[in-house]
Design a protein around this ligand. Structure first.
Ligand SMILES: CC1CCN(C(=N)N)CC1
Length: 321
C-alpha cells in the first residue's frame, strides 16, 4: 500500500524520517547509497546510546531473531556499524512491511553517536546488503509488490521539510516534466552515465564517468576534472586540506550535470555555497569524490530536483522542484 513520510532536515547535513520498528519510533536516515536497514539497539554501550532513540527487540512482540546472522558496514567517510539481525514489522508513512530484516547495531562508530539519526534505511539495491550468511532485502524490495507503482521518490527541499513517497509520483512536488536516466544496478547503486557538465553555460566532457543518486550523502562529490573546472570560474577559490573554499561574497555559477544520455540537471549557484568555513570564507557544496570515475550526487542535488527511484528499467527520474 502506497504512502508518504515526512523527511525533516537535520543540521543541514541529512534528512530524518520517523519510522516505527516493532511499534517503536526511531528517526532514521534514508540512504539510497546503501542497502542495510540498521537501528541503534539496546545492546549498545550506554555511551553510544546517549542522545538516541534505541530499539529494544525484547519489548517487541513481533520481533523474530535470525539466529547466527550478522552484519557489518563501512561507509565512504570511514564511519561504520555492526551487529546482529532479526525481522520485525517496519512502517514508513502508510507503507508497512511485516518481516523486514532489521539489523541491530551492537557497535557504532563515533560519527553515528554524534549524528542525529537512530539508524539508516538503505534504499540501494539488495545485492550490496551486508547481512551474512544470507543477504537480506531492502524495505523497498519487500514493499514493492504491494505498491501501485514499483517506485519511491525523494522530495528534499533546501532547509525545509521534505518527504519520501512510496508507490506513486506526487505531481504537486515538482514543476515541469520528468526526465529519466537509465540505471545500471550491478554495483548496487542507482547509477547512470554522467558524461558531461556545464559550468554556467560552458560545457565540458566527463568521459566514462557515472553518477549515483545518493540521499545518504550531503554534498555533490565529483571527479577532480569537474571540480577544478568549476572553481576555476570562482575568483578566490582555493583547494584547502579540508576541501574547496571561496570568498563568501563570490558569485557562484550554476552547475548543470548530464543525467544519462539525455537531459541536464541544473544546480543553481545559490545551492553551491554549503556553509561558512571561517570568517568571510565559505565552503563549497561541490567537492572532490577523491579517486575513481563515480560521482556521488547527494542531498544538494535533491534540493533542486525531485528524485524518482523507479524499479521498472530500472531508471532514475528527476524533475525541478
Ligand atoms: C559510494 C558510496 C556513497 C556514499 N555511501 C552511502 N551513501 N552509504 C556509501 C557508498
Amino acid at each position: 500500500q502506497d504512502g508518504s513520510a515526512p523527511a525533516m532536515p537535520y543540521e543541514g547535513v541529512e534528512y530524518l524520517v520517523s519510522t516505527t520498528v516493532g511499534g517503536q519510533k526511531l528517526n532514521l536516515d534514508f540512504d539510497t547509497g546503501s542497502a542495510d536497514l540498521w537501528v541503534f539497539s539496546s545492546g549498545l554501550s550506554a555511551a553510544s546510546k546517549k542522545g538516541h532513540n534505541v530499539y529494544n527487540s525484547a519489548s517487541s512482540s513481533t520481533y523474530k531473531a535470525l539466529s547466527g546472522y550478522t552484519w557489518s558496514i563501512q561507509y565512504a567517510d570511514g564511519s561504520g556499524a555492526s551487529g546482529t539481525v532479526g525481522t520485525d514489522t517496519v512502517t514508513i508513512g502508510g507503507t508497512s512491511v511485516k518481516a523486514q530484516a532489521v539489523e541491530l547495531a551492537t557497535k557504532v562508530s563515533s560519527q553515528f553517536v554524534s549524528d542525529g539519526s537512530d539508524g539508516l534505511v538503505g534504499l540501494a539495491f539488495s545485492n550490496i546488503n551486508t547481512v551474512r550468511p544470507r543477504s537480506q532485502k531492502t524495505f523497498f524490495d519487500n514493499a514493492n509488490p504491494s505498491l501501485a507503482s514499483p517506485l519511491f521518490a525523494a522530495y528534499l527541499p533546501f532547509n525545509a521539510n521534505g518527504a519520501y513517497d512510496f508507490g506513486y509520483v506526487d505531481a504537486s512536488k515538482y514543476t515541469g516534466s520528468v526526465s529519466y536516466a537509465a540505471v545500471s544496478s550491478s554495483g548496487g547503486f542507482w547509477e547512470y552515465a554522467s558524461t558531461s557538465y556545464k559550468v554556467g553555460s560552458t560545457a565540458h566532457a566527463m568521459s566514462g564517468t557515472t553518477g549515483i543518486a545518493d540521499t545518504g550523502t550531503t554534498l555533490l562529490l565529483m571527479v577532480d576534472s569537474a571540480v577544478s573546472a568549476y572553481y576555476a570560474s570562482v575568483s578566490g577559490a582555493k583547494n584547502t586540506a579540508d576541501g574547496w573554499t571561496f570568498p563568501c561574497a563570490a558569485t557562484l555559477p550554476s552547475l548543470a550535470i548530464r543525467m544519462g544520455s539525455s537531459a541536464y540537471a541544473t544546480i543553481p549557484g545559490s545551492l553551491l555555497n554549503f556553509e561558512t568555513y571561517s570568517g568571510s570564507t565559505c565552503y563549497g557544496a561541490l567537492q572532490s569524490v577523491g579517486g575513481g570515475t563515480q560521482n556521488i550526487y547527494g542531498d544538494v542535488f535533491f534540493n533542486a530536483y525531485y528524485g524518482i527511484f523507479d524499479s521498472t528499467g530500472p531508471r532514475f527520474g528527476f524533475a525541478a522542484i
